[in-house]
Write a protein that binds this ligand. Sequence first.
Ligand code: SF4
Ligand code: SF4
Length: 389
Amino acid sequence: MEYSRKVAVSAADEYDTAKIKEILASHFAVLGINIAGMRGKRIVIKPNLVMKKPPEAAATTHPSVIRALLLLLNEAGIEPTVAESPGGVYSAQRMDGFYRVCGMYDAAKDLRVCFNTDISAQTLNFPEGKSVKSFNIISPIADADVIFDVCKLKTHSLTAMSGAVKNLFGTIPGIEKFEMHAAHPEYDDFESMICDLCDMHCRRCEVIAITDAIIGMEGDGPTGGNPKKMGCILTSRSPFASDLAAEKILGFSGVGTVIQSQKRGCIPKSADLLEYPLLRPEDVAIGDIVPATSKGNSSMSALKLFSGGIFGRILSPRPEIDTAKCRGCGECKNSCPQHTIFMVQAGGKTVAHIEREKCIRCYCCQELCPFTAIRTKRNIILRAVSKFR
Ligand code: SF4
Ligand code: SF4
């Protein structure tokens, strides 16, 4: 499939709905996206609602970006559906909580939109897949004609960066995502699976990637990091191209999903070979992003020496429970694909405990801990490498 190489990039320094709406309208114009022509089609907005956190935590797509898009769609006579499937149990009641806490209902005030609570899923075959030949996909996405993939730009403990490609992992129902982690324990295989998923969606319907990078997240993303002003919005008809540009904006290199996208020819070898009808990545580049602890520079370099695989996995920083912060809620235990987390009594309270042997370093536990009580600890070899750098 021939993927678009165009990425529209604009500076945006605040969550002002009117300004964001103007920016998105200009992006659609330069990219040739005709919203009015989508009337009568099934339009789905897929935000990133990874955790039930308020917008200011910067873990989720900001409601102002969603509202700006909803306004444009409503003005074109389109009533879209908002659909998402965060990790954990996928239920209508739980989704209601995510929509409320993440500000989605506020974003939709007085507008015409449907919030998905249909928790059914469909199996979609993808014979072209390099790692996976079929996926279970939540029904509104499986039935969509157009998906607006409205992601938040963040650092990520497992994949280094979370953008438009990784956001589509949330089209797999709830806890089935944990099973995908267990089935793809090697990093490059997991990232290849994510690229298959994105490729499948792009081949079967139109996917428009919008990246909320006004305030993103740095550090131990996708949920435990800190808000970071990034000051831009990206739009592309290709999630792969959008992430290649985003990688350059963050000053990262070697992001696994980007490498996998390049290997399968979805994007060129360099962000310089993409087309930018508005600003270029260097116009909005951020020079001081703090990566996830697990992906710190020395870790990345050492891991690259071993080309990922089993050595990469063994050398990866391991998750560790901060028992002082742990509240014994059990979210990590329920999210562990290896079932290697147990609740124990320590210091007069119930806390989580990780049996290391079976841990595959997927960091699902860290991602889903509501109290940021799981940190990553570098392997002794990596710590030694750091000292000599
Ligand atoms: S999710 Fe966090 S707070 Fe809850 S049991 Fe696990 S480590 Fe403790
Ligand atoms: S303990 Fe955490 S990092 Fe290890 S396999 Fe379980 S969820 Fe993944």
